[in-house]
Design a protein around this ligand. Structure first.
Ligand SMILES: [Zn+2]
Length: 354
């Protein structure tokens, strides 16, 4: 949890600009950007520093005062978090950053139970916080994460609040898919594009975190340093290597025993692995470039040469749907089996058995 309020090196410039700017008077900030770059911890750091009684010279929270202690304990009366139930029930440091990461850590069981949406009741419950509770002096900070998880009713309820913002309230909205937010909500926020570290900065940070070799993990994580760090922990690499070994030999795949073995892994993560693998096959075929699996370039070139690009593009689009469905599978083994059969049908069309 200590990373939750961490400011990452690639955020320093933005921090100084934002914290020193007069326009911190804005009632709502929309922090938007790709997953795994530290948006959430930035928002926590911002909230904590705004509530802090003795900010440092860098305008970061002191970490010592009563306010900072409440904040760290999660009991600050002037801080309010709105997130899908699924998120608040399973917090764990870097994984808090993204839904994708969180799903990788959750079990299938808890994922099914937990709500993925922000509901209108959650937004309505703000009224009590804003008008009646907490200290009346100073900021009241409301963090909504991720904002695109608001369903239509919740979004409209929030819009009303943004139209007539309560005094001293600051809304911090975090969004990975900010295009999915109501335009009227976006336009009422000061929009901030969160910085993405360049490769050198990201690798430097990963080295400090003990990740070795940083380039490999960064490529695997699609240039998201927080995800790269998570990938470097546990037996992720072993499982992933075995999965890639299987996918490298599509003509030898045996979907039934394999789906049984893979069903022990997180489904969303598994689909994501296949998405990245297929992205590389497609990209290699079309542009000659490999993005995620640098150490498998030779194999990818060989396989990519055999695919039918049109047919493969359709499979690629279907995988996006598969990713969405992976949150609510009826039968995990069957789900994986179907996915593997589809993969085989585009990779080795002649051998495909219905
Ligand atoms: Zn403090």
């Amino acid at each position: 949890m200590e990373e939750l309020e961490e400011l990452y090196p690639w955020q320093n410039t933005l921090w100084q600009q934002l914290r020193r700017a007069e326009e911190m008077r804005a009632h709502a900030l929309l922090l938007k950007g790709r997953k795994g770059i530290g948006k959430l911890s930035f928002a926590y750091a911002l909230a904590k520093s705004l509530l802090c009684e003795r900010v440092t010279a860098r305008l970061t929270a002191c970490g010592q005062c009563a306010s900072c202690r409440w904040f760290t304990q999660g009991t600050h009366p002037n801080f309010y978090l709105i997130a899908p139930e699924a998120f608040t029930s399973a917090p764990s440091d870097a994984a808090l950053e993204s839904d994708e990461d969180r799903r990788e850590n959750d079990t299938v069981k808890s994922r099914k139970k937990a709500g993925q949406q922000i509901t209108i009741d959650q937004v309505r419950s703000l009224d009590h916080f804003v008008y009646f509770s907490g200290h009346q002096a100073g900021y009241k900070v409301i963090l909504i994460h991720p904002a695109e998880a608001m369903n239509a009713a919740a979004a409209n309820a929030l819009l009303k609040k943004l139209e007539e913002p309560p005094a001293h309230a600051l809304f911090l909205l975090i969004a990975h898919q900010w295009q999915d937010l109501l335009p009227t909500i976006r336009s009422r926020c000061q929009q901030i594009t969160m910085p993405v570290p360049d490769t050198v900065t990201a690798c430097d940070w990963l080295i400090q975190q003990g990740v070795d070799p940083p380039e490999t993990y960064l490529a695997l994580a699609g240039a998201s340093p927080l995800q790269a760090k998570m990938f470097s922990q546990g037996d992720y690499l072993v499982q992933h290597a075995e999965f890639i070994r299987q996918m490298s030999l599509p003509e030898r795949l045996d979907p039934i025993p394999l789906s049984s073995a893979l069903s022990k892994l997180d489904l969303s993560m598994l689909v994501n692995w296949l998405q990245k693998w297929c992205y590389d096959l497609m990209s290699c075929r079309v542009t000659g470039k490999v993005r995620y699996h640098l150490q498998h370039e030779t194999t990818i070139r060989k396989l990519a040469a055999t695919i039918n690009p049109l047919q493969f593009a359709q499979f690629w689009r279907d995988l996006i749907k598969t990713q969405r469905l992976s949150q609510h599978p009826l039968n995990t083994k069957l789900f994986i089996e179907e996915m593997l059969l589809s993969y085989m049908s585009v990779m080795v069309p002649g051998r495909y058995r219905e």
